[in-house]
Ligand binder design. Structure first.
Ligand code: PLP
Length: 396
């Protein structure tokens, strides 16, 4: 069935008409290369400058601290490898968490396997959060970088970024945060949070896909990831994706303007949906902290119903939700995030993620709640484990 209700906004978001409208001229009449000296090139150059300012403003960064990349994955790869190379192997220890996105985890694994890095993967509690004390105790003289995400893409839990930033600063270690899910959704201030590097992706906030940025604190001299031309002040070679950058800038501007209002709306819808699900689905629980959580994220564990079956049945009902991260869907392995918060293999494969946007409505939440409750009931009828569990527990 055609998707009628989209509640997978952590995977990607719909572009706003204003964003598309901002991009179009840079595909057509303003097609100049921003590096060219003549007027048509200057138009593109101005668009890039304008977007840099808007993208930086969301996190309190100066325009010259924003470097456009092809997205969150490139930004994550760039910062880890470039910081590692900066120290030339003399400082080879990286601290990260077990629940990072694969763009971080796979890069750490690469640095361990090929370049001799030593990586500490910090655990998280049942609430899905890193303990800042664990960060402090993991720091060694050879630690070159702490990389802990701002908010998790599966369970939406928000990390104690400011506390970690303060620890990093007091120990003289650089701090990177993957803010792909958080940027434009919750307030972040690179100064107050003591952040040295921050990864952004435009398609998570109503911008286009294939464009993002890395914030690099002024004065830090890490090398480039893409080698070639002198674009992005010699730090990121390759002709700029001008339409993408312009769209990113517009999406950032709107996200900053509407952040509080959007968050209130999303939180209200999320709580409404949760209430409905709790009322209708026995044994349902929420994965990760409700208190420290992105406003639009709801990730629930529904024992005796399989993730894949729930997601397929939701799709058949015209509802787009997911089992975890979009990048990992298709993989039958249980989510590393759900395992890290202490779920068993089985329960990790009984979980579904709904990620709500400012465009969703309360009627949609009612429809999702009703459809999901029916799906779970149907699936559980086929589960011998469920029948055994509920036998004699009429109040469940
Ligand atoms: N980091 C996190 C936390 C993400 O959620 C994602 C995308 O889902 C990425 C990085 C990768 O971003 P991109 O899709 O722009 O490469």
């Amino acid at each position: 069935m055609r998707t009628e209700i989209y509640v997978d906004n952590a995977a990607t978001t719909k572009m706003l008409p204003e964003v598309i409208g901002t991009m179009i001229p840079y595909f057509s009449e303003n097609y100049g290369n921003p590096s060219s000296v003549y007027e048509i090139g200057a138009r593109s150059r101005e668009a890039v400058m304008d977007a840099r300012e808007k993208a930086g403003a969301v996190i309190g960064a100066k325009p010259e601290e924003i470097y456009f990349t092809s997205g969150g994955t490139e930004s994550d790869n760039w910062v880890l490898t470039a910081v590692y190379d900066y120290y030339g192997g003399k400082k080879n220890h990286i601290i990260t968490s077990k629940i990072e996105h694969h763009a971080i985890l796979r890069t750490c694994e690469y640095l361990e396997r090929v370049r001799g890095a030593d990586v500490t993967y910090l655990p998280v509690g049942r609430d899905g959060r890193v303990d800042p004390d664990d960060v402090l105790h993991a720091i060694r003289p050879e630690t070159c970088l702490i990389s802990v995400m701002t908010a998790n893409n599966e369970i939406g839990t928000i990390q104690p970024v400011r506390e970690i930033g303060l620890i990093a600063k007091s120990k003289g270690v650089w701090f990177h945060t993957d803010a792909v899910q958080a940027y434009g959704h919750i307030p972040i201030d690179v100064e107050e949070d003591h952040i040295d590097f921050l990864s952004i992706s435009a398609h998570k906030l109503g911008g286009p896909k294939g464009i993002g940025a890395l914030y690099i604190r002024r004065g830090i001299k890490i090398g480039s990831f893409m080698r070639g031309g002198a674009q992005e002040r010699n730090r990121r070679a390759g002709t700029e994706n001008v339409p993408g950058i312009a769209g990113f800038g517009k999406a950032a501007e709107i996200a900053q303007r509407d952040m509080a209002e959007r968050a209130d709306h999303e939180r209200m819808l999320r709580d409404h949906l949760l209430k409905k699900l709790r009322a209708e689905i026995p044994l349902l629980s929420v994965n990760g902290s409700m208190e420290h959580r992105l406003p639009g994220n709801l990730n629930v564990c529904v024992p005796y119903a399989e993730t894949e079956m729930m997601v397929i049945n939701l799709d058949l009902a015209g509802i787009a939700a997911s089992g975890g991260s979009a990048c990992a869907s298709g993989s039958l392995d249980p989510s590393h995030v759900l395992l890290a918060i202490g779920l068993s293999y089985e329960r990790a494969q009984n979980s579904v993620r709904f990620t709500i946007s400012h465009e969703n409505t309360i009627e949609e939440m009612d429809r999702v709640g009703e459809a999901f409750a029916k799906i779970v009931e149907r699936l559980r009828k086929m589960s011998p484990g469920y029948a055994k569990t509920v036998k004699g527990k009429e109040n469940l």
